[in-house]
Ligand binder design. Structure first.
Ligand code: KG4
Ligand code: ZN
Length: 369
């Protein structure tokens, strides 16, 4: 059997408007993926002064930018709308306004062209990315660490993903962003913290390692965030401000805590993996925006080396939110015989593993999915 599908993927669940085009060719059961084009517009500047994503602003910006992204992505891909076989769109989890912008755009395209439309879970998009980028075969262990999520996932098949552990409060990217803001760094993002950490002393401050000794791979970051806040306040009280060396040392010490938490919990996740899978973990992949952090990436790579596990991490533009991962995950859903209709609606809370919702803890707006 030989089948080639060109998929358009639309992502607008948070603060990136992104359209990707991918070609997946399946020949004798082997799937070959070709990245045709990806255009991503980030809203980082728009939300900077608010210290977090403002849902209303985000939704409006998605609606304004989506059309331009679409046209640019088709141009970059060298395909016309006629060549697209399926239209895939993030349906959740995410901010409802952004999801509606994307879904409405997808519906418009599907309605006018008569092409199939597929709603995709954003987390499944992240979870299947290593297949697209590194040809990782099932089963594999994935750590998704981003601004909205933190989960260890056993990816057994495209439609069989088990959650082994999750954050019980904040997401790590969110905490990186808040630390950058507390320290008033030039960019309120993890990349800013990483840059300052490079010249800092990681042993100057000792920040906590929440849940580090529990016998599971659930994670917690809010105590770490509060501890950084207290340290910043105490230095400001004492010396009426922060020196650059303070900023650098806090970044380095905070990043060290993050690194240790991920090292410890990844070890645990590797152990737990064999309880849900028919074989031991042989491959581990790191995804989500926090995967861009070189310190965390390198420490997990060397841990995998020690454990004799293959390590992979997608290229940076596919670690953060993007339309290509949605296009790819959409093809897998389509190949399994599923598609959606005009009744497709947003699912702001859409856990990846519906069998696993034990109430471990709560974030500000309920449990993180
Ligand atoms: O996956 P992503 O684009 O969006 C969400 O689904 O959240 O991740 C964005 C997050 C932000 O919180 C950002 O601070 C974090 O990824 N991030 C980093 C780095 N680059 C981006 N965190 C730590 N170190 C980095 N170099
Ligand atoms: Zn994401």
């Amino acid at each position: 059997m030989y089948e080639s599908i060109i998929a358009l993927g639309i992502e607008s669940s948070c603060d990136e408007t992104s359209i990707g085009v991918v070609k997946v060719t399946v020949k004798d059961g082997i799937s070959v993926t070709e990245r045709l084009g990806l255009v991503t517009e980030t809203q980082e500047k728009l939300h900077k002064d608010f210290g977090g994503v403002v849902p209303e602003l985000a939704a409006r910006a998605h609606s304004e930018k989506i059309d331009t992204c679409f046209n640019k992505a088709l141009k970059e891909s060298g395909v016309q709308l006629d060549h697209i076989d399926i239209i895939c769109v993030t349906t959740g989890p995410g901010l409802i306004g952004g999801l509606i912008s994307g879904i409405n755009f997808a519906k418009g395209l599907a309605f006018t062209t008569g092409k199939p439309m597929i709603g995709v879970n954003h987390l499944v998009g992240h979870a299947l990315t290593p297949q697209m980028t590194d040809d990782l075969s099932y089963p594999y262990l994935l750590l998704l660490a981003s601004g909205g999520h933190c989960q260890y996932l056993a990816v057994l098949e495209a439609n069989k993903i088990k959650r082994l552990g999750t954050t019980i409060d904040d997401a790590p990217g969110e905490v990186f962003d808040k630390v950058a803001k507390m320290l008033n760094l030039p960019t309120f993002s993890g990349s800013g913290v990483e840059k300052f950490a490079r010249k800092g002393d990681e042993n100057r401050f000792s920040f906590p390692l929440p849940l580090i000794n529990t016998n599971d791979c659930d994670l917690s970051f809010s105590g770490l965030k509060s501890s950084v806040r207290r340290q910043v306040d105490s230095l400001v009280d004492k010396q009426s401000g922060l020196y650059k060396s303070d900023q650098r040392d806090i970044c380095a010490s905070f990043q060290k805590s993050m690194r240790i938490i991920f090292e410890k919990k990844t070890k645990k996740a590797v152990e737990l993996f064999s309880k849900v899978s028919w074989e031991e973990t042989t491959s581990f992949s790191l995804a989500g925006g926090v995967a861009a952090n070189r310190d965390i990436r390198n420490s997990l790579r060397s841990l995998c080396n020690d454990l004799n596990i293959k390590f992979s991490a997608p290229p940076l533009d596919l670690c953060t939110d993007n339309g290509l991962m949605i296009a790819y995950a959409g093809t897998q859903i389509y190949l399994s015989g599923k598609q959606d209709n005009m009744g497709l609606s947003p699912k702001p809370r859409w856990p990846i593993d519906l069998d696993n919702q034990k109430p471990l803890g709560f974030g500000k707006r309920g449990r993180k999915v």
